[in-house]
Design a protein around this ligand. Structure first.
Ligand code: 4AD
Ligand code: MG
Length: 431
């Protein structure tokens, strides 16, 4: 048997006999010729069987093979501009590993419920293949950028004794006779680890029992959370825009074929360069009122408001200094106006909504004690957190970037459920 190569690198083997191991995506035949589209996870290649040039067993296998059967194909690699992908395999041998039964996801359009029910198979479709590769690229870009800019990866626990982002979306579980919760955010722990390492980030799954079925919410989602000692709100925004611009430019440069499959308007991503506009919460209220969606001062933005704000700019926009009472307990307060928090959200363009939440943290002990009380949080569970304000407290900031919302935006998807291999949504925990 010839050397086993991947379709993604087939261009390095023009003129050679190679073997491809994969699955049959589609086929058509014209009597003397059979065209078999074979994919192997790295790409798809048209393989051509010519009756006169192939052994009868291989010809018969090619005739029998069904959609999504696993197959091994051997042949000569030819460069051919007319073939999809630019290369073609002139088959000399073809073998079926397992003949697939009638594939549920025929090559036509299906309803999304049906596709979600068959998510384990749907992942093989070109669009889903492209999204998962963009996801991996986004994650790699984030880690590369942070690793290269002095951040240390510090993992935070999934099982936690207290809430970080409010008690209404907690997933409760039992922990040897005590209550525990699945992590909503690693932030509080990384406020501790900056005392050891200066600049850190955690990256992992987070959980929110959100009782809302929107196209931006998952129950289980992945978040990267950088945290930085001696950085204020302004410094935090600078890091955010550098990171987000790097993600967009990396996707543009490394995921051309994927963006093409997804029919993504690449120019929209190329425009994502720093600096991003910065507006205050109060400025945002003016824009919303002008757009016919007035809000009362103090109200939090809903999806329609984020969409209006996002569409107002051609790149992500920072909205800073939200009313303290609409934000989490740990936010620092604005010295100029204690009603305001030193919080900042980054809102993506094109209606993708908030992709980052963060800001400067309260590092004053008395303020935090008061907030814990106001938010009716169990003080005992936060003693360790208060210690951080007793032993070497410093101004510090951080943020959390939602991977799935970012991938949704990069890919130009309508719904967040396609951005994670096996989405957990309010109505679904299968497959
Ligand atoms: O704004 P959030 O709730 O902020 C935090 O959790 C902070 N503790 C982060 C920090 O400062 N370290 O969430 C941050 C981001 C959101 O902007 C959004 O992108 C994403 O996490 N997110 C969700 N993504 C999908 N489904 C959900 N239910 C999400 N909730 C938040
Ligand atoms: Mg938020």
């Amino acid at each position: 048997m010839a050397e086993h190569v991947t379709i993604g690198r087939i261009g390095e083997h023009v003129g050679q006999q190679v073997t491809i191991k994969g699955w049959l995506y589609n086929k058509r035949d014209s009597g003397r010729l059979q065209f078999l589209l074979v994919r192997d996870g790295t790409g798809t290649i048209q393989s051509v069987a010519f009756k006169k040039e192939i052994d009868p067993a291989s010809w018969e296998a090619a005739a029998q093979v069904t959609q999504e059967s696993s197959v091994i194909a051997t042949g000569l690699v030819r460069a051919d501009d007319r073939a999809p992908g630019g290369y073609e395999l002139g088959l000399t041998a073809f073998e079926i590993v397992q003949l697939a039964g009638e594939y549920p996801i025929a090559l036509k359009s299906h309803g999304v419920d049906f596709l979600m029910e068959n998510r384990h198979l749907w992942l093989r479709a070109p669009s889903q293949w492209a999204v998962m590769r963009v996801r991996a690229t986004v994650i790699r870009a984030i880690r590369d950028w942070l690793d290269d800019h002095g951040f240390l990866l510090v993992d935070t626990p999934i099982l936690t004794p207290a809430a970080c982002e409010g008690t209404t979306t907690l997933f409760e579980t039992e922990y040897f006779g005590e209550k525990a919760y699945l992590s909503q955010s690693g932030q509080l722990y990384n406020e501790a680890t900056i005392g050891a390492f200066g600049r850190v980030y955690c990256f992992g799954p987070t959980f929110r029992a959100e009782k809302s079925k929107t196209r931006r919410h998952l129950i289980e989602f992945w978040m990267v959370e950088p945290e930085m000692a001696y950085v204020d709100l302004a410094g935090c925004m600078e890091v955010e825009e550098q990171l987000v611009a790097y993600i967009a430019q990396t996707v543009v440069s490394r995921c051309r074929p994927e963006l093409e499959i997804l029919e993504r308007d690449v120019a929209k991503l190329e425009a994502i360069v720093a600096p991003f506009p910065r507006i205050s919460y109060d400025d945002a209220l003016v824009i919303l009122a002008e757009a016919g969606e007035p809000l009362e001062w103090g109200d939090d933005f809903g999806a329609p408001h984020e969409t209006i704000l996002g569409n107002h700019f051609d790149r992500p926009v920072f909205v800073h200094r939200y009313p303290a009472r609409s934000k989490a307990f740990y936010m620092a307060e604005d010295e100029a106006n204690p009603e305001l928090s030193l919080s900042v959200d980054l809102i993506a363009p094109e209606g993708y909504g908030e992709i980052i939440g963060g800001g400067q943290r309260a590092h004053d002990l008395a303020l935090l004690e008061r907030r814990i009380e106001e938010h009716k949080l169990p003080r005992e569970a936060f003693e360790w957190y208060l210690d951080l304000r007793r032993y070497g407290a410093v101004p510090h900031s951080g943020f959390g970037l939602g991977i799935e919302r970012t991938v949704s935006w990069m890919c130009g998807l309508h719904h967040i459920r396609e951005t994670i291999p096996f989405p957990r949504t309010m109505g679904r925990i299968y497959p």
